[in-house]
Design a protein around this ligand. Structure first.
Ligand SMILES: Nc1ncnc2c1ncn2[C@@H]1O[C@H](COP(=O)(O)OP(=O)(O)OP(=O)(O)O)[C@@H](O)[C@H]1O
Length: 597
């Protein structure tokens, strides 16, 4: 493959530069390449003479920064280079017997007996790296002529002194640069025994790495680091207090489609791993002379006091936040939902407090928004249902109202001896005259039957004089089974206006009022005969209402409860229940009941 003119590995190194900076701050960092065989992992890590790889660039950068930051070049860099081949750990800088992995409480997993070389410059490191690569196991396969058959781990430990105020700090950081062996299919490499065994071991260790990534992403308590030597060595890098970058190498060939997909899948999974970075590896450097030690002690005590004051201030601030949260909770339940988590925020760390506060507020706001949206939806649905119900009620009321008005109108017309409006209209139009007359007769006969059955008092109070003698006699004859001749039709031009008829009725009614009062006493009495003026007993009614007051009554007073003649003119509820009255006339009661009540 031809090498590119521009070293693209410089861009790849950008992912590692931050980790190198972290190592100088006293943290641990890991960079590893993952991908199929022949995808360019070793090239990415080592590069070539013209195009140095990530390992070379990182070490150069590290030394350059160390020189800048450390005091008077007081730094120590140790280097170790090992490989994991067929599940055995081997030292690449001083090859020999396989190494045993041990757990150390301070350093984590360490390979017992591994050589740590001290390096003073980047060039020296390059030389050691080249030496180690010479010892690394590589074999030609069908996929790659210089295929790495092992996982190579370069560990650089940095210790240096930095000055803070008047005292010195010793910082320690560890950088691990790992070139993994490529995942491979048996057919893609070789069928030979040793190569297939190597391939099986490589795949097994990579599978163990995948299951560790899975467990870390899923947040399981047990992470199977012990399943392979590789995962044992990467324990700190994957799950510990460490900054880790994974470089996914993929081949542009379409033959490597499956491997490319697999690599991208694991890279995506590894991206989701979240580790907790603890405090940096930093210690105070104790001076040798007594006076300097005393000075350092005073400074440390002063710093302690300042830190205590800072803690007290933070606790006070936390208390005020809690009290305001409680106040807000008392004022509104929504605010309570938002502020309650603040009450339980631990006071240990300022940053953690702020972060937790923000998260709690955001979470509670989201919850509140969801609840409000649900409430809004249900309220809208209820409103829609209620609107439908009200619309149907309004339409039914409108229908009832119009029919009542029509009935009332018809009744008024009949009181004046006119035909119902519908019939009159039809007659005017000259359509179906016979049918209309029959209907009128039927209505009139039923009405006269009711009238005859009603008490005389009621008849009179409901405007006895308004009912003409002929109308009443017709009613009587109808009750006896005698058919009354059809009422003559009135031409529209000769129909009197309502006002003039009311006035006429009033004039006719006035002299008969005393007679009306006398007739009130009896029930089912016959139709009253109008008395002469001389036979009138007294100008006052039995109920004590003056004649003048009665004179003022019009037809419309029969429905007016506030009229002075209401006790006489109104049909009381008890009466109406006992006796059929004018109020029971068709089309009357329905329209008047509500008014009378
Ligand atoms: N970006 C590149 N530019 C030029 N040559 C490259 C590049 N990447 C890879 N190569 C060449 O491709 C070949 C295979 O690359 P390399 O050995 O790095 O693959 P690998 O992923 O490490 O394979 P394995 O897992 O088998 O060790 C090498 O000869 C290498 O020089």
């Amino acid at each position: 493959m031809r090498e590119p003119f521009v070293n693209f590995l410089i861009y790849v190194y950008c992912s590692t530069a931050d980790i190198v900076e972290g190592v100088l701050q006293g943290r641990n960092g890991t960079v590893f390449c993952y991908g199929a065989t022949g995808a360019g992992k070793t090239y990415t890590m080592l590069g070539s003479t013209q195009n140095p790889g990530v390992m070379v660039l990182a070490l150069k950068d590290l030394f350059a920064k160390l020189r800048q930051q450390s005091r008077e070049g007081d730094y120590v860099v140790h280097l170790s280079y090992l490989e994991v081949y067929n599940e055995t750990v081997r030292d690449l800088l001083s090859p020999g017997r396989p190494l045993v992995l041990r757990e150390d409480s301070k350093q984590g997993t360490v390979a017992a007996g591994l050589t740590h070389y001290r390096a003073y410059s980047a060039d020296e490191v390059m030389a050691l790296l080249h030496q180690g690569n010479q010892n690394r196991t590589t074999e030609p396969t069908r996929a790659n002529e210089t295929s790495s058959r092992s996982h190579a781990i370069l560990q650089v430990t940095v210790e240096y002194k930095v000055q803070r105020d008047s005292h010195y700090l010793r910082r320690t950081g560890k950088l691990s640069l790992i070139d993994l062996a490529g995942s491979e299919r048996a057919l893609a490499t070789d069928q030979r025994t040793i190569r297939s065994l190597e391939g099986a071991n490589i795949n097994r260790s990579l599978l163990a790495l995948s299951s560790c990534i899975n467990s870390l992403v899923e947040g399981k308590r047990h992470i199977p680091f012990r399943n392979s030597k590789l995962t044992q060595l990467l324990k700190d890098s994957l799950g510990g207090a460490c900054q880790t970058a994974m470089i996914a190498n993929i081949s542009p060939s379409n033959l490597s489609f499956g491997e490319t997909q697999n690599t991208l899948h694991w890279a995506d999974r590894a991206k989701q791993i979240r580790t907790k970075i603890t405090d940096v590896n930093e210690e105070v450097q104790v001076p040798e002379s007594d006076s300097e030690q005393a000075k350092l002690l005073l400074e440390v005590q002063k710093e302690n006091q300042q830190l205590r004051m800072q803690i007290a201030r933070l606790q006070q601030k936390l208390l005020s936040i809690e009290s305001s949260a409680i106040m807000a909770a008392r004022q509104s339940p929504a605010a309570a939902a938002i502020n309650t988590p603040l009450c339980w925020t631990p006071a240990s760390d300022t940053k953690a407090i702020k972060h937790d506060e923000c998260r709690a507020v955001e979470e509670s706001l989201r919850k509140r928004i969801r609840v409000l949206e649900k409430e809004k939806e249900s309220a809208c649905q209820e409103m829609a249902v209620r609107e439908e119900e009200l619309t149907s009620i309004i339409s039914s009321l409108q229908r009832g109202h119009s029919s009542q008005i029509r009935n009332k109108d018809d009744f008024n017309r009949m009181l004046y001896g006119l035909k119902p409006k519908a019939q009159a209209d039809e007659q005017e139009n000259g359509n179906n005259a016979f049918v209309k007359r029959s209907a009128f007769e039927r209505q009139e006969s039923s009405r006269s039957a009711h009238t005859a059955a009603a008490g005389s008092a009621r008849r009179m109070t409901l405007g006895g004089p308004l009912l003409s003698n002929s109308y009443l006699s017709n009613a009587k004859s109808n009750q006896a089974g005698v058919k009354r001749p059809a009422a003559p039709s009135t031409p529209a031009s000769t129909v009197k206006t309502r006002r003039s008829r009311i006035l006429e009725a009033e004039e006719n009614r006035q002299p008969q009022m005393p007679q009306v009062q006398r007739q009130n006493s009896g029930r089912n009495s016959k139709i009253p005969i109008p008395p002469s003026a001389s036979t009138l007993p007294a100008p006052k009614t039995p109920t004590g209402i003056s004649k003048e007051a009665l004179k003022k009554r019009t037809f419309w007073d029969i429905t007016n409860a506030n009229s002075p003649s209401a006790p006489i003119g109104r049909c009381t509820r008890s009466n109406s229940a006992a006796t059929p009255s004018m109020l029971l006339q068709p089309g009357f009661l329905g329209g008047r009941r509500s008014l009378l009540q």
